[in-house]
Design a protein around this ligand. Structure first.
Ligand SMILES: *Cc1c(COP(=O)(O)O)cnc(C)c1O
Length: 419
């Protein structure tokens, strides 16, 4: 069941026609579907039905909106966080401290201390000095930090280079070859309960093969660590499952992923931890925009929309594709490039693409914008920070305000000595 449907020729999110949101909230605006979020959360969990002991932590960096997080908290999801700010958000959204996993390659000592003070469930340690620092802080506080060691399994995830994280030359984790010695040294530290290992090889993975290869390597590491006398009770398999951005994309389903995981890990006897992000949130949102102008180009026209690279940065950052559909379809198509108002050629959502015919004043959406969308927005070109709306059946709420350029300007000042 898709909750983004045309009814009487007009695109709806659940029971809300998008022109109503455009009129009442303005554009550009992100619009999320609660029912879709819940369905994805449930589908991912169902996919893991053959995994006996599991923990699900939504990777909140992909969509940290408090309303979105509350929906997932009610679905029993914890949070994978990568900063102190995300940690506070997860708690504010109602996620239980013990269900929070703290990842990230550059945690500060203050952030490690915050995690201990808040009583989070697990720290994913990225390298030996971080583990030593965490142990020291925990001892000072007379606490014990539950932790796992993130390893870099050196596999090619087959995704865009900027979102690959599990190759030996990526910045994440410790090399799997040196993991046993580092684990051995950290496991002996007071203040630290080192209970397992973690990995996360990248995002928007469209094949299970690199995940399976990585999991097999980690399975051998777990056996080696146990042979060395360590107690391994938790393995964090990270996130990374891709979603469909365009026709022809065929990412593995959560059921296929879950079946592979259950098969590869069947003898591990650990609690498996998961950090899905995009697969939960990606297809739960659209970016609603208005066409400002249709401008002739050297070959095809430019459709200038009121959303820009500062609102949805994935095309500029990763050459990503987002489907573009008119909210009210005429049935005709045109070939055009879709661009935003920002003064950069990189502010291009699509080049020479066949799209619904649109004219100034028409509304349109960029699809699959629920993950790595609003959260990566900026105010570049002194544009407003894009708002977010959550739809629930026939009602909706503005779950993040549009922050006006003048509000951002109010936080700046000209020093006296420039008078
Ligand atoms: C980004 C990230 C995730 C989520 O990745 P998705 O591709 O969105 O599922 C999970 N774990 C860690 C450590 C991450 O950095």
């Amino acid at each position: 069941m898709d909750h983004f449907q045309y009814r009487d020729g007009i695109l709806h999110v659940e029971d809300i026609p998008l022109p109503r949101i455009a009129e009442e909230v303005g554009t550009p605006v992100y619009v999320y579907s609660r029912a879709t979020l819940e369905r994805h959360a449930q589908t991912f969990r169902d996919g893991l039905k053959d995994v006996p002991k599991k923990h699900l932590a939504f990777a909140i960096k992909c969509n940290p909106n408090l309303g979105v997080l509350r929906v997932l908290a009610r679905q029993g999801y914890g949070a994978d966080v990568v900063s102190g700010g995300e940690l506070e958000r997860a708690l504010a959204a109602g996620m239980a401290a013990e269900d929070i996993v703290f990842s990230g390659v550059g945690k500060t000592r203050a952030e490690l201390a915050l995690g201990l003070d808040r009583g989070i469930g697990q720290f994913n340690i990225e390298h030996e000095p971080e583990g030593i620092a965490l142990a020291e802080i925990a001892v000072q506080k007379e606490m014990t930090a539950r932790a796992v060691l993130r390893v870099n399994p050196d596999v090619d995830a087959g995704t865009h280079a900027k979102i690959s994280t599990g190759k030996a030359d990526n910045k994440f984790g410790v090399g799997i070859d040196v993991a046993p010695e580092i684990f051995g040294r950290l496991a002996g530290l007071p203040g630290l309960q080192l209970r397992g290992v973690a990995l996360h090889i990248g995002s928007q993975l469209t094949s299970l093969a690199p995940l399976e290869a990585a999991f097999e390597r980690v399975g051998r590491l777990v056996a080696d660590l146990r042979a060395a006398g360590h107690s391994i009770t938790h393995v964090d398999l990270g996130g990374g499952l891709g979603v469909r951005y365009r026709e022809g994309d065929n990412p593995p389903t959560p059921a296929e992923y879950g079946a592979m995981v259950a098969r590869v890990t069947k003898d591990w006897d650990v609690t498996l931890m998961f950090e899905p992000g995009r697969v939960i949130a990606g297809n739960t949102g659209v970016l609603l925009t208005e066409v400002l102008w249709v401008k002739p180009g050297a070959t095809n026209p430019f459709v200038v929309v009121d959303a820009a690279m500062n609102d949805l940065t994935r095309p500029a950052l990763y050459d990503a594709h987002h489907d573009f559909d008119a909210v009210k379809r005429s049935g005709d198509t045109m070939t055009a490039s879709i661009v935003g108002p920002v003064c950069e050629t990189g502010d291009t959502f699509a080049r020479d693409r066949e799209i619904d015919t649109v004219a100034p004043g028409d509304l349109a959406v960029f699809r699959t914008a629920g993950a790595y969308g609003a959260t990566m927005a900026s105010t570049y070109n002194s544009r407003s920070l894009v708002p977010e709306v959550l739809v629930d059946g026939d009602r909706y709420a503005i779950v993040a305000d549009r922050i006006a350029a003048k509000t951002i300007m109010a936080a700046e000042r000209v020093p006296d000595w420039l008078d």
